[in-house]
Design a binder for this molecule. Structure first.
Ligand SMILES: [Zn+2]
Length: 328
């Protein structure tokens, strides 16, 4: 109930904020954690294909792992609805690709979602609309926002406007309402994220965006994020950057910081063999197939796992250094 009340209050604030300025401070949500202070969640990206391309099989395994871990919420890293987002708030794709696919009891939790580039190809505002929350109250999608969950602060960042290519493409149309002028939007967002990270006193800091910062997948690195967002994450001691966009499961670590780069973009369609060479000291895990990520965070420990479409745990990493199993 507290969550619903909090959502209602924030929804009101959000609507006010929308009418004032897109560059207002990032909205904050509080999510309760378990009695022992621990938190667990799943992360899934690049999924909405009406159950096809193994989306339903991945969803089934998410349900099983979600139950075992008693997950508190689910993170969607974007590209929620293919090929071109939603048409409007009444688009049946919302039911066909979300409500009717993630049906397991353990997945009847809050979903925190960002927009991907494919979502911007449709009616981006439709996914942000409170009307969708009336259709399925699990749904919460915003451009950029913060979730405080016990010892963990999550910072969700709208990465599509960073990508210069989308603004010069002539064969695709994007819904840039609320984003233009792009330079102002991006610089205000970077400022907001930097301020919010500096204000955070959470032990663990997790940043979520759709696009890769580093990836050996077909899309590779996103140079605009390497140039503009990465320095802010490093300066503020962020622990995890979780993204989708590349349709794979991937874990890259860096030798000079604690930041881990985690790609969870295997929610439906994937392409076998889509991998580029990478420094093997940094590449902890790469899987060119479907699946999802799970994480458990306690006071002193942060554990990340990746599962495939059959429910096999392919990779398990802990900040305390116990890498128990890896397909890489
Ligand atoms: Zn994408």
């Amino acid at each position: 109930m507290a969550m619903i009340k909090s959502l209602a209050v924030h929804l009101l604030l959000y609507m006010v904020a929308m009418t004032v300025m897109v560059a207002a401070d990032l909205l904050r949500f509080k999510h309760p954690v378990k009695a022992n202070g621990s938190l667990s969640f799943l992360a899934i990206g690049d999924w909405g294909r009406r159950g096809l391309y193994n989306q339903s099989k991945v969803a089934y395994q998410m349900g099983k792992v979600g139950e075992k871990m008693d997950v508190d919420f689910i993170v969607s890293t974007g590209d929620n609805f293919y090929d071109s987002g939603l048409i409007d708030e009444h688009d049946p794709a919302f039911f066909d690709s979300f409500t009717n696919v993630y049906t397991a009891p353990s997945l009847q939790k809050q979903w925190y979602s960002v927009l991907g580039n494919h979502d911007y190809r449709g009616n981006a505002l439709a996914q942000l609309s409170p009307e969708l929350r009336q259709r399925d109250n699990r749904w919460l999608c915003m451009r950029s926002f913060i979730v405080n969950a016990g010892k963990v602060d999550f910072f969700f960042v709208d990465t599509t406007p960073f990508h210069g290519k989308y603004f010069s493409e002539t064969d695709q149309e994007y819904d840039w309402r609320g984003v233009l002028p792009r330079e102002d939007y991006v610089s205000e967002l970077l400022k907001d994220v930097d301020v919010a990270l500096k204000e955070s006193s959470a032990k663990w800091k997790v940043v979520v965006g759709h696009h890769t910062i580093y990836s050996a997948g077909v899309h590779g690195n996103t140079e605009e994020l390497v140039d503009k967002l990465l320095p802010i994450l490093l300066e503020n001691d962020v622990n995890l950057y979780i993204n989708g966009h590349d349709h794979c499961l991937e874990h890259i670590s860096s030798s000079n910081s604690q930041l881990q780069f985690l790609t969870s973009g295997g929610g439906s369609k994937a392409w076998r063999g889509d991998i580029n060479p990478w420094n093997l000291d940094e590449m902890k895990f790469y899987y060119d197939g479907q699946g999802f990520m799970a994480a458990e965070i306690t006071e002193n420990d942060l554990v990340v796992s990746f599962y495939d479409v059959f429910g096999n745990m392919l990779h398990n990493w802990s900040n305390s250094g116990n890498s128990r199993r890896s397909a890489w």
